[in-house]
Design a protein around this ligand. Structure first.
Ligand code: MN
Ligand code: MN
Length: 294
């Protein structure tokens, strides 16, 4: 369980660091510059040092901090305060929906935003800590914890459903349900909202719209059978590549576990980031009902 929890957190960071190099590039631009982009090398529009991560991973760290600081499942205000502290530390990038939600909390003191048309992927990319900490909890508690963190910045039925699906996909990796369970959850998601149906068409250049993001992530997981294979496929499609990389990376990392992650990529990941992933993973999974039951 610990190896798979570490796989989920490290997979998130690896996918983010790997994808950030080509974020907002088209597949054609990626091919012209790298052929196939296959190493963690930094750069990109953020001019990242090699092995550094972006908001996808650091927001997940701040959500993990909210769990560290609460004895029960953190409430919306706990999450809002953690995200506020994260924004105050001047992250290298920040999505506009996330910024708007946190700014609203600062202005009004209200931690939850009202329903919105904005179905961005920012609440989904940071959800890994919830998956680890609630493993083995009743489904209603898992979904409540997922939506509590989501609705500090996003409040949209598509974002809600996708974030709950990703949390449960990570848990399917953690609890041994495996790839069949992950794909069953993908189909369940497209049953609830047919717009998530992803088959056949090879989509490229995904935007930050959660539907575009999930199509690419789910197609990648569906047709490839290794962590590296999924990540190469998803990230070389460009667009919001650090975020498709982060989401695909956390699901696949949970599935394969720490020991099956590509060693060259792990070596390239910033060591401080890697240590934080491992420490948070160990803390969060040990808090889960599934761990406590053993
Ligand atoms: Mn990012
Ligand atoms: Mn992104």
């Amino acid at each position: 369980m610990r190896s798979h929890a570490r796989g989920a957190m490290l997979g998130l960071a690896l996918g983010d660091a790997f994808g950030a190099t080509v974020e907002f590039m088209t597949p054609r631009e990626i091919r012209a510059q790298f052929g196939c982009h296959r190493m963690i090398r930094g750069g990109g529009w953020l001019r990242l040092p090699p092995g550094q991560v972006t908001d996808d991973t650091t927001m997940a760290f701040s959500l993990a901090d909210a769990w560290l600081e609460s004895t029960a499942s953190p409430g919306a205000e706990d999450c809002a305060r953690a995200f506020d502290a994260w924004m105050r530390a001047k992250p290298i990038d920040i999505g506009h929906t996330v910024r708007r939600g946190i700014a609203r909390f600062r202005r009004t003191g209200e931690a939850l935003i009202p329903p919105s048309e904005d179905a961005g992927n920012g609440a989904t990319m940071r959800c890994t800590p919830v998956a680890l900490a609630t493993l083995g909890a009743p489904l209603a508690d898992i979904e409540a914890a997922t939506l509590t963190q989501a609705r500090v910045t996003h409040n949209n039925p598509l974002t809600d459903s996708a974030t709950c699906a990703v949390v449960r996909m990570i848990q399917a990796g953690l609890d041994g349900t495996g790839i069949r369970g992950i794909m069953a959850l993908a189909h369940e998601l497209s049953h609830i909202h047919p717009i998530f149906h992803f088959r056949k068409r090879h989509e490229e250049n995904p935007s930050g719209y959660i539907v575009d993001t999930m199509h690419v992530v789910l197609q990648g997981i569906d047709v490839n059978d290794s962590f590296e294979g999924v990540l190469l496929d998803v990230v070389n499609r460009g667009g919001d590549a650090d975020t498709t990389g982060a989401i695909a990376g956390t699901v696949m990392g949970a599935l394969v576990g720490e020991t099956a992650l590509p060693s060259l990529w792990l070596k390239a990941l910033n060591p401080v980031v890697a240590k934080r992933c491992v420490d948070y993973a160990d803390f969060l999974i040990q808090r889960s009902p599934a761990w406590q039951a053993n």
